[in-house]
Ligand binder design. Structure first.
Ligand code: GLT
Ligand code: MN
Ligand code: MN
Length: 390
């Protein structure tokens, strides 16, 4: 045990579908047996995790009877209690069953949309029963291959209708539950509606109860879109909409890899942890730190638990490196904000007088432009901290 070993105080969580992933892919069969949810909870607790998240069907198989459901839920709750584990987040599987082949909330057939709502209502009940405070919506099938099948505006409006309905349901039941929308640009559909965290943030602003809805950005998904994950998360934080986060790793331009956190692009992972932890001085994120990833297909169960421990250790290692980086006097000097008490008041809060003063401003643009900003030095310092030599 060292300072980087995870403890429940670190708020790390895994989905049942992550450590339970048997390694099936579009080209090959499972390489590991499927463990029971209660077994997964026990092992996660041993590894130092704090929480476990689930889809309805990760615990209760599709089509199970009410009696079967209640037995499985009771057994699961008892194990959670024994292990001191919590369920911070729950979600609905609206993508596996063939009924969702044309989408769930956005499907053209109203019978499909009705089934999706009915399934989500039951799944919200399950999540609340298990103590979840966050409810994720990942619309994997909410997209198209044949784009002529509907006006994309209709899809957006249908998504809004479903979310408004479900917000009202939660309010009516007086549940202590918020929603978090997870974007992904493609896979399994050719194009998925509202493909990035930014798109989701806008959709939220059009809902009937925007205060109940935030985002659940995922490293891999923003990378698939070729965008900066750190910037997406920062925009969500700035809007007070970062309700949950899916940590993993991804090579740009690939299928959704869901690799172990920090296993690709360590520098982005460092900048992400720095942002989430607020080591540079900003407001930190205090929600669950969820790993939505799985072990390589090459692994047996030892490899799966190695993957789980590694995900959490890497986060803590990066957190320590980020704190050291931001405490480094040379870094502090390089990132210190330039002040100009005469000019700064002119830069916000419009008035005609300020506009006049700006118009009359004498400023030597070439002199300002000549100054080197020393970002090469700053970036090298980041590298040296990351590699542990500062
Ligand atoms: C699925 C998907 C993830 C989502 C999960 C929640 S399920 O594995 O790839 O990104 O977060 O529905
Ligand atoms: Mn995810
Ligand atoms: Mn993913």
């Amino acid at each position: 045990m060292d300072a980087y070993d995870p403890t429940p105080a670190d708020r790390f969580s895994f989905g049942l579908w992550t450590v339970g992933n048997p390694g099936r892919d579009p080209f090959g069969e499972a390489v590991r047996p499927v463990l029971k949810p209660t077994e997964l909870v026990k092992k996660l607790a041993e590894c130092g995790a704090w929480g476990v998240n689930l889809h309805d069907n990760d615990l209760v198989p599709f089509g199970a009877s009410a009696k079967e459901r209640d037995t499985l839920v009771a057994e699961f709750k008892a194990t959670l209690e024994d292990c001191g584990m919590v369920v911070p987040m729950a979600t609905t599987n609206l993508f596996s069953h063939p009924i969702f082949k044309d989408g769930a909330f956005t499907a053209n057939n109203p019978r499909v949309r009705a089934f999706a709502l009915k399934k989500t209502l039951a799944s919200i009940e399950l999540g609340v029963e298990l103590g979840a405070k966050i409810y994720v919506f990942w619309g994997g099938r909410e997209g198209v291959e044949c784009d002529a099948c509907r006006d994309p505006r209709t899809a957006i409006a249908r998504m809004r209708d479903a979310l408004d309905f479900l917000c009202e349901y939660v309010k009516d039941r007086r549940y202590d539950l918020v929603f978090a929308l997870e974007a992904k640009p493609n896979e399994p559909r050719s194009d998925i509606y509202m493909p990035t965290t930014g798109h989701m943030l806008h959709l939220i602003s059009t809902l009937a109860h925007p205060e109940m809805v935030g985002v659940n950005p995922e490293v891999a998904h923003e990378n698939m879109a070729g965008l900066s994950f750190v910037h997406a998360v920062a925009q969500a934080m700035e809007a007070k909409k970062l309700f949950h986060i899916d940590l993993n790793a991804q090579k740009i331009g690939r299928y959704d890899q869901d690799l172990r956190f920090g296993s690709e692009d360590l520098k982005q992972a460092f900048l992400l942890v720095r942002l989430l932890e607020g080591t540079a001085g900003g407001e930190p994120y205090r929600g669950p730190l969820h790993f939505d990833s799985h072990a390589y297909r090459t692994e047996d169960f030892d490899g799966v638990w190695e993957f789980a421990r590694g995900s959490m250790r890497t986060y803590k290692l990066l957190k320590a490196r980020a704190a050291e980086f931001d405490a480094d006097p040379e870094v502090r000097q390089l990132v210190a904000e330039k002040r100009d008490p005469k000019l700064e008041p002119l830069l916000r809060g419009f008035s005609r007088d300020k506009a006049k003063q700006l118009a009359a401003l004498e400023l030597d643009a070439s002199a300002v432009a000549r100054e080197g900003l020393r970002y090469e030095r700053l970036d090298q310092l980041l590298t040296e901290h990351l590699l542990g030599v500062r």
